[in-house]
Design a protein around this ligand. Structure first.
Ligand SMILES: Cc1ncc(COP(=O)(O)O)c(C=O)c1O
Length: 256
């Protein structure tokens, strides 16, 4: 039985956390939410990051994400002992807090290393940048939701599969699926037209590192089938309506 489950809110769609937490109660594993795609997802009062059903939630502030600090991220949790442990590991495992020391403090200069941590700190300058962007997050999310609704309408008559248009998603990505045998040609046509499509993602265990650990194609057939036809269409807060319509127009021609 796994000790922990990392749940990815893929593309910014929130996984069914209450169902997953029932499994966690049954089998006794911990839950970490990977909300790198899902900052701002949820609805008022129920936001991703509240850790209602998980032990912790992580966010990424990489430049492609909803807000950015250049690099870095954040981790949220409810349990204060766990938060102290995470804060300790963030700074080399070093503490100046006498309550966390083993034995007595030797004076005001004294600190102890009580665990093996690394330097996981973002700088204060980066944090200030992130805080100022946080104030604009709801606006960014509203724009992404509007773009997802427009894609849903514009793609209605095309032979593509879409993710469900759920209201609480943060839409970091807008993935569609085409027939696997056509994916490469469609992708190349869009790229040749200057449209920056991508594919998110090759199932992680198919990368060489994991193959060396023994993983093989067929391990997660659903993920592999999903990947086979996958293309991410452009999705960013200031994608304008004309550009979005052009994406759909070129896609339509590529699929004709
Ligand atoms: C789902 C998911 N988790 C984690 C990460 C890692 O985030 P970071 O690069 O900020 O460590 C990414 C990065 O894109 C991601 O997409």
């Amino acid at each position: 039985m796994p000790k922990a489950l990392i749940v990815v809110h893929y593309a910014g769609l929130v996984a069914d956390m209450s169902a997953i937490s029932r499994l966690a109660d049954l089998y006794g594993f911990r839950i970490i939410e990977d909300a790198a795609h899902a900052l701002g997802a949820g609805s008022p009062g129920v936001r991703v990051g509240d850790c209602r059903y998980s032990d912790m939630t992580i966010f990424s502030f990489h430049p492609v994400k909803h807000i950015t600090t250049g690099e870095g991220g954040a981790v949220c949790m409810r349990d204060s002992a766990l938060a102290r442990q995470v804060a300790l590991l963030r700074s080399h495992g070093i503490t100046r807090d006498e309550a966390l020391m083993e034995g007595e403090s030797e004076g005001g200069w004294y600190y102890q290393q009580t665990a093996l941590g690394l330097n996981y700190r973002i700088t204060d300058l980066q944090a200030a940048l992130g805080r100022s962007q946080l104030a604009r997050l709801d606006g960014f999310i509203a724009q992404r939701r509007r773009l997802a609704e427009r894609y849903e309408q514009l793609l209605q008559s095309l032979p593509v599969r879409r993710l469900p248009l759920v209201p609480d998603a943060a839409w970091h990505l807008y993935p569609i699926r085409v027939e696997p045998c056509r994916r490469k040609a469609v992708f190349d046509t869009l790229r040749s037209a200057g449209i920056n499509v991508n594919v998110h993602y090759l199932p992680i265990y198919l990368h060489p590192y994991y193959r060396r650990l023994g993983f093989r194609p067929g391990h997660c057939p659903q993920a592999e089938a999903f990947y086979a036809g996958l293309i991410s269409l452009p999705m960013y807060a200031d994608l304008d309506d004309d550009a979005q319509e052009r994406v759909v127009h070129v896609l339509k021609e590529a699929l004709a």
